[in-house]
Ligand binder design. Structure first.
Ligand code: GLC
Length: 463
């Protein structure tokens, strides 16, 4: 393989802004809850799956023991079929403090967890990537940390493999080599316009909002949150999946939402590439992981590519159609070194175009959705605002494909935005104002990584 994979760039600790570094560590300290990190104390008072991956990447610099603890807490809740739940509930948090909580999900008892332990959905499997990031930084913290890291790697490897197996076997709903999501919440980009066309076919039973009380509207501004009609569909989808025992049999025929997402699958493939590194350390065979990464990359490149617009889109398996929406998830395949060069160049062109606008033109990281679309919404989450986690992935992709100057501009734009606005959950795509939860874990954690990982020395920028 002639390109570095997305997650093996050299670690350079320099150019730190002490204030930002310190404020990030305060957020991570505040949001630590006994044995896991919460994304935000008020809005999200449990443990979320891909949040744990992003936060581990930052914790690796300041508290690797907590990074491992957080990841282990998550994997201790892994289901026997390999799925890693999208939320692991904290029994110390009252049922009324979050909706939909454990009673709504009604997950049957399994493993060592009590019946109220988790949801039955998943989120993008970024954990192998996070595990590797924590592992390779551990040596900077001395011999004890390095030893601990080796032990953690051995514990986590078979569990990460089981997670990948679940997604590749049970969730390959159409036998295409790609994993499907069965709910927009599984994408991590919950309210993205990327799901609008598929969601239009899902019945919206508004009575569900009478039977069940939304809590997000009590703790967040309604203008930022999903509309009631979308929320009714979200609840209905969970109920149908739950009532069939969270089974994945015949998904394409009987479930209301079955979609192949380019970001989810790019992360699935990146995880396989990273598992090849982990396998080599723990004495397992790396080749199956490299091969799987290659197959998933090829499937993304063929099935989720819209040749006319030269963009990646999500595919609705129920209709067979690609979504018309040009959303940020279409850019995440850039993290894959095996992506054909012309598709990588097309992603960069889309990112630089007025639809997204790289920092060069806007001074800001890229928004979550096409700025020129009539559906672009500056406040509603995933329908326009800027999120740090997906920009972080985009920057990694730029480094993989050699777009070093653009990657550095994006890194500094993210740092500037967080320095000026704070560790918010997301940001207004025109003003940069912070919106959503104000002390948000992954924004803080990734700001540590962005400060530390200056992959392009400033002196190279003039050339
Ligand atoms: C929101 C985001 C999701 C995240 C969760 C917890 O639901 O859309 O990606 O995991 O909050 O932070």
């Amino acid at each position: 393989m002639d390109k570095p994979d997305a997650f093996s760039a050299p670690v350079l600790i320099q150019d730190m802004s002490a204030d930002l570094w310190n404020s990030a560590t305060v957020v991570l300290e505040t949001n630590w809850a006994h044995d896991h990190m919460v994304p935000s104390r008020r809005l999200y008072p449990h443990q979320w799956s891909w949040d744990a991956a992003f936060t581990a990447i930052g914790l690796a610099y300041v508290n690797p023991t907590r990074a491992w603890r957080d990841l282990r807490s998550l994997f201790e809740a892994q289901w026997p079929d390999g799925r890693v739940p999208h939320i692991v509930f904290d029994p110390r948090t009252a049922e009324g403090d979050y909706f939909p909580g454990p009673a709504f999900w009604d997950v049957p008892a399994y493993g060592r967890r009590a019946a109220r332990g988790s949801t039955g959905l998943v989120q993008p499997p970024l954990h192998a990537v996070a595990v590797w990031e924590v592992y390779r930084r551990a040596s900077a913290h001395g011999a004890d940390c390095a030893h601990e890291a080796g032990e953690q790697l051995k514990w986590l490897y078979p569990r990460l493999v089981a997670q990948q197996d679940y997604l590749s076997l049970h969730r390959d709903a159409a036998g295409t080599g790609l994993a499907s999501i069965v709910h927009p919440w599984e994408s991590g980009l919950d309210n993205s316009p990327s799901w609008d066309s598929a969601m239009a076919g899902v019945p919206a039973d508004m009575n569900l909002l009478v039977r069940f009380q939304r809590r997000d509207l009590e703790v967040a501004d309604a203008a930022h949150r999903p509309l009631d009609i979308d929320y009714a569909r979200y609840l209905g989808l969970v109920l149908t999946y739950r009532d069939r025992g969270y089974s994945d049999t015949d998904l394409a025929e009987r479930h209301g939402f079955v979609v192949e997402c380019p970001a989810f699958n790019a992360i699935l493939a990146a995880a396989e590439l990273t598992l090849a590194h982990i396998a080599a350390v723990v004495g397992a065979d790396p080749r199956r992981h490299v091969e799987r990464a290659r197959c998933i990359t090829t499937a993304i490149s063929q099935r989720l590519w819209d040749a006319e617009s030269r963009t990646f889109r999500s595919r609705d398996l129920r209709t067979g159609q690609l979504s018309p929406a040009r959303a940020i998830n279409g850019m995440v395949p850039l993290i894959l070194p095996g992506l054909p060069e012309d598709q990588a160049a097309a992603i960069m062109a889309e990112a630089a175009s007025p639809r997204f606008g790289l920092p060069e033109t806007t001074g800001l990281p890229v928004p979550s959705f096409d700025r020129t679309s009539p559906d672009f919404d500056t406040l509603r989450y995933w329908r326009g605002p800027i999120w740090i986690n997906v920009n972080w992935l985009l920057r990694r992709g730029m480094l993989v494909h050699g777009y070093r100057v653009e990657a550095e501009d994006l890194r500094t734009a993210m740092i500037r935005l967080i320095e000026e606005s704070g560790h918010y959950e997301y940001f207004h795509p025109k003003s940069g104002e912070g919106i959503g939860a104000p002390t948000f874990s992954w924004t803080a954690a990734l700001s540590l990584d962005l400060l530390a990982d200056q992959a392009v020395p400033a002196s190279a920028r003039a050339t």
